[in-house]
Design a protein around this ligand. Structure first.
Ligand code: SF4
Ligand code: SF4
Length: 373
């Protein structure tokens, strides 16, 4: 990362923290968000047990709408705005590469999340060539039995591991700044593999691992009770679940900076998977001051659990910075501030200063020397 970009990013993050604080205590001007999730497609080549996105058949909005959204984000927040492009499986969409290329030109903090299935040698060269801030690859286990079962296809494990190897190799060859991060959803079938997954990630040479717990899928209309009675929920005893998390927390302390979740967030996940109600010890949710989602059907939201604040097509008439300051956004801000939901999706959950520091240092490349364990 160029030193100018680094300073820009630092100042942008610092400004958000300061403005957030001023807003929460005085109600003065609304801060600019730091995280934007652009999700142009629901289509996916996996058939995951924990997500029904792939079963949706909605037509996609055209490329010009997503380009307009990116233009407005960068016009409002500048090139340090973190733009995360995902799906469905984003690389399954015909506009993926064009959109990534466009976003990477506009924001030096553009990142991508993929399941890795389509990333072969040639694709890894193209993706590393974009000089993205990060490429997140979802990987939910350490062997073909677990991964292929969860993904619902017989060759997913092999393809995903190869994708990671290609990306790491190409990144090292080009001495690119792009961070390769493994994202793992912790659930029944893989909870006994999470320690091994960190060990495997170290061997593969990725930069970081980021965990999140299984949640009721947005597209499946599942309740938490349905999830808890499904195969996705851990059937281990309390002491076994604690043991798995304690081993990972021990590893986190040993290899500093490699596991991006804070210890507090890992403990919250453990308690959630044990059915212990989440202790909400903060006075308010601040997602409306940090994050915006642009969803496949065009909805723009602060949080996936609440109504949209508008539609991408509205951006032809109203700028995004105006949309977030008007109704229904204003009303939603008040409701969401008091939200008491279990909130552990990594892109939405409340983050401590230490979480922000971990993510910031990972993305700017303050990497520690990761040793094998
Ligand atoms: S979890 Fe990811 S990879 Fe699996 S179906 Fe959903 S979008 Fe596709
Ligand atoms: S679900 Fe989470 S992110 Fe959304 S409003 Fe509630 S606490 Fe905030």
């Amino acid at each position: 990362m160029k030193s100018f970009d680094f300073i820009n990013l630092f100042l942008y993050g610092f400004r958000n923290l300061l403005d957030k604080w001023i807003y929460l205590y005085t109600g003065l001007f609304i801060p600019k968000p730091i995280n934007f999730y652009i999700v142009p497609t629901l289509r996916c080549n996996a058939r995951c047990k924990m997500c029904f996105i792939w079963a949706q058949k909605d037509p996609e909005l055209t490329y010009s709408y997503w380009r307009m959204a990116i233009n407005q984000i960068v016009g409002w927040c500048g090139p340090a705005a973190k733009i995360n492009i995902a799906g469905g499986e984003i690389l399954y969409s015909s506009m993926a590469f064009k959109l990534l290329q466009y976003s990477a030109r506009k924001s030096f903090m553009t990142g991508l999340t993929s399941n890795g299935y389509l990333i072969d040698k040639k694709m890894s060269v193209k993706l590393i060539g974009l000089n993205l801030a990060n490429i997140n690859i979802s990987l939910d286990g350490i062997n073909d039995k677990t991964v292929n079962f969860l993904r619902g296809r017989s060759d997913f494990f092999e393809k995903t591991i190869n994708a990671i190897k290609f990306l790491v190799e190409e990144r090292n060859k080009k001495m690119s700044r792009t961070k390769i991060i493994i994202k793992t959803t912790i659930m029944g079938p893989n909870i006994k593999e999470i320690y091994g997954l960190v060990e495997m990630a170290l061997k593969l040479g990725v930069d970081n691992v980021y965990f999140q717990p299984v949640l009721p899928p947005f597209e499946g209309n599942w309740t938490e009770n349905q999830l808890r009675s499904s195969v996705l929920w851990p059937s281990l005893s309390e002491s076994e679940v604690k043991n798995e998390f304690n081993r990972v927390i021990g590893l986190k302390k040993k290899i500093k900076g490699f596991i991006l979740n804070s210890e507090v967030s890992l403990i919250s996940m453990m308690n959630y998977l044990l059915g212990i109600p989440l202790k909400i010890d903060h006075p308010h949710c601040e997602i409306d001051l940090t994050t915006l989602f642009f969803e496949p059907r065009g909805a723009i939201r602060f949080c996936s659990y609440y109504q949209p604040i508008g539609h991408i097509k509205d951006l032809q008439k109203i700028k995004i910075e105006e949309m977030v300051k008007k109704s229904p956004a204003l009303k939603l801000r008040k409701t969401m501030r008091k939200c008491g939901k279990n909130c552990l999706v990594t892109c939405m959950s409340d983050k401590s200063i230490s979480d922000y520091f971990n993510i910031f240092s990972a993305l700017v490349g303050w990497s520690y020397k990761h040793k094998s364990v």
